[in-house]
Design a binder for this molecule. Structure first.
Ligand SMILES: Cc1cc2nc3c(=O)[nH]c(=O)nc-3n(C[C@H](O)[C@H](O)[C@H](O)COP(=O)(O)O)c2cc1C
Length: 345
């Protein structure tokens, strides 16, 4: 462990998690003029018609409002997925809503899509696109449902995702339809193929009506789907001509944790991420790859912590990788460490 890492870990594990996130993210942004001069590690990956500078990206939820893409790219991430952005701005759930379980290398969050909304993020991305960048990472935009839109009103849900698509597709290298966060009531019911098919069709049509370029479209799924439902999404993706699947989001399960049941209970509801997710996320990846064949892009996310985890996820069929929780625990050198390890394998 380097001195930088030690400082990072000790300083940031003593601070309240959401505050630590803001402090850490501020430092990452402040370092952008310097960090963005460093060479990007790892070899390029072509996927969905895009040239990714390397295999590892930052998962959605870290930069929900697209305020720090350059600083994050400076740490080595070849792609940054901003969002989740919702059609309308919303405050998210009351704090505290972000928790660590250090004994498990895990995070629990019930942020609830706190974000500035599609219109503000769209303007921010327009400004970002108009600036010059030393390394331009691939920019993914992850979109989700505004909380006040009733989840059982399919037309209203489609309108909400369409609004985000119209505003954000022009600036996105790829779009992800998030139907898998556990923190927006009813959101995950949109994963059923009867609802997901029409929703993805609506987003596809809106993106095509907005931009001449064909913006690649992915869907992000939960690890809590039954295997047969994972396979149903895989079949749907092929049938609809989707560009990819991102697997997985956080889990509502609390099984197999070493943290005390009292500590886990005290945290309450939310999505669990990090090490406890590694095995299931890898299994979902394998199921998907076996079903979709070699061509569809699959983005592997969930519990990727070590170089071995990263290699195993690629071996299970991932085209690209993402991480969030391990970055929180291991600090700013984590992406380069993983990329160096994967490249040397
Ligand atoms: C604090 C926090 C906020 C998150 N917010 C989002 C989000 O807004 N949208 C989304 O699709 N996933 C979100 N995620 C899920 C991550 O993108 C990722 O799928 C999940 O954490 C598993 O990866 P990990 O084990 O590397 O953290 C969030 C995760 C965390 C820890």
């Amino acid at each position: 462990m380097t001195a930088y890492d030690a400082l990072f870990r000790h300083a940031f594990t003593r601070v309240e998690p959401e505050k630590a996130h803001h402090l850490g993210f501020r430092a990452v942004r402040a370092a952008a003029p310097v960090s963005s001069r460093l060479a990007l590690p790892g070899g390029p990956v072509r996927a969905m018609g895009l040239a990714f500078p390397n295999v590892l990206g930052l998962a959605a939820g870290f930069d929900k409002n697209a305020v720090g893409v350059d600083g994050l790219a400076g740490l080595g991430f070849g792609h940054v997925e901003v969002g989740t952005v919702t059609g309308r701005p919303q405050p998210g759930n009351p704090q505290p809503r972000l928790f660590r379980l250090p004994a498990d290398g895990a995070v629990v969050n019930r942020m609830g899509f706190n974000n500035d909304g599609a219109a503000v993020v769209s303007q921010r991305l327009a400004a970002w696109r108009s600036r010059r960048h030393r390394h331009t990472p691939v920019l993914g935009v992850n979109i989700g449902k505004t909380k006040v839109v009733p989840e059982d009103d399919q037309a209203a849900v489609e309108d909400d995702y369409r609004l985000s698509t119209r505003l954000l597709a022009p600036y996105a290298d790829y779009l992800v339809v998030n139907v898998s966060s556990p923190n927006t009531p009813g959101l995950r019911s949109l994963q059923s193929v009867e609802r997901l098919g029409p929703l993805l069709d609506a987003v596809r049509a809106e993106a095509d009506a907005t931009t001449a370029r064909r913006v690649p479209l992915l869907v992000k799924i939960a690890p809590d789907l039954a295997d047969e439902d994972v396979l149903a999404v895989a079949d749907l993706a092929k049938q609809l001509g989707l560009d990819g699947i991102t697997a997985t989001n956080t889990t509502i399960s609390r099984e197999g944790l070493t943290s005390s049941p009292a500590e886990v209970e005290a945290i309450g509801a939310g999505g669990l991420s990090g090490r406890p997710l590694t095995a299931r996320a890898e299994q979902v990846m394998r199921l998907l790859r076996d079903r979709v064949g070699p061509d569809l892009t699959l983005v592997g996310v969930g519990g990727i912590t070590t170089v071995d985890d990263a290699r195993a996820r690629l071996a299970a069929g991932a085209t690209l990788l993402q991480g969030y929780s391990a970055f929180v625990y291991e600090g700013p050198l984590w992406p380069r460490r993983i990329l160096r390890g994967v490249a040397s394998g």
